[in-house]
Design a protein around this ligand. Structure first.
Ligand SMILES: *[C@@H]1O[C@H](CO)[C@@H](O)[C@H](O)[C@H]1NC(C)=O
Ligand SMILES: *[C@@H]1O[C@H](CO)[C@@H](O)[C@H](O)[C@H]1NC(C)=O
Length: 261
């Protein structure tokens, strides 16, 4: 579904991006992702490539608290990165993770994660026109705050974390609760209710028809830099070429909530 929506975004913003022209301040044909875990618990970041693009970092790995893992990306890579929480791969059970699980596998290797999970979506086009763009999407829901930055750091290339805690603010009808009774993720209204008006489909399939709703407004208020629903307008899409992208889970204090380990 997100892939489909990303496609819509590509179509919708292509014209705009063309008009912005190339912001190319990089000559790289490839890039590096730096994924950092600032959460006070281990996470298991995961990657899934869009059709025709290679799996990066085998699709998933463990990242202890405070650690950074780097891996290279082709300059035209497109796909998504998210993080799984509270995983236990030794039990052999499925799901192996409380959130973002990919069929119980440590290395997702092409298997998409189970929503809700906060998604970092990339469509890289280094030195091309239109240039690269990326976003953080809550279209399928939320599990962790995340920030995206480039090196050298540039304000216009930065996606900040959340300003409020979406787990504690999550309405009960959207909550995902673990065995201990902790809220571990928050579904989007589209994921929870699967209605056209929330998913921006059919008669609601345009930005004019698919307006913000009480749930998307709550997401927006909590995480203003993220896409809160499919036709969030103006879209918080970032258009920036760089050869170094830093993706930081729990960049702020909100990640300290609901420690699962
Ligand atoms: C993982 O699951 C195994 C088998 O169920 C269990 O023995 C172990 O304690 C679990 N590990 C953690 C960290 O929960
Ligand atoms: C990105 O991460 C690298 C490696 O950890 C670090 O050297 C660099 O300063 C970071 N850049 C930003 C903008 O935080």
């Amino acid at each position: 579904m997100v892939m489909h929506l990303l496609g819509k975004f590509v179509a919708f913003f292509l014209f705009l991006i063309w008009n912005l022209g190339s912001s190319g301040n990089s000559v790289a044909q490839s890039c590096t992702f730096y994924v950092t875990n600032k959460c006070p618990f281990p996470i298991w970041p995961a990657t899934v490539a869009n059709h025709g693009h290679p799996v990066l970092a085998k699709g998933g790995f463990n990242l202890a608290q405070g650690k950074t893992r780097q891996f290279s990306c082709p300059g035209d890579w497109s796909g998504r990165i998210w993080a799984r929480t509270a995983c236990n791969f030794s039990s052999g059970l499925k799901p192996a993770c409380e959130t973002g699980d990919c069929n119980g596998l440590l290395e997702c290797n092409g298997v998409v994660g189970v929503p809700p999970a906060t998604l970092v979506e990339f469509a890289l086009q280094l030195n091309k026109s239109p240039p690269s763009f990326y976003d953080v999407s809550l279209v399928d829901g939320y599990n962790l705050p995340v920030s995206v930055a480039t090196t050298p750091s540039m304000k216009k290339c930065h996606i900040g974390g959340c300003s409020k805690n979406l787990k504690t603010r999550c309405p009960s009808e959207l909550q995902v609760v673990n065995k201990k009774g902790e809220v571990v993720a928050c579904k989007s209204a589209c994921l929870r209710f699967n209605r056209d008006q929330y998913c921006c489909r059919n008669e609601y399939g345009s930005p004019e028809k698919c307006k913000p709703n009480m749930y998307s407004k709550l997401f927006k208020d909590s995480c203003p830099s993220y896409i809160s629903y499919a036709f969030d307008t103006p879209s918080p899409l970032v258009v920036c070429d760089s050869d170094m992208y830093n993706i930081t889970f729990c960049p702020d204090k909100w990640g300290s909530q609901h420690v699962s380990e």
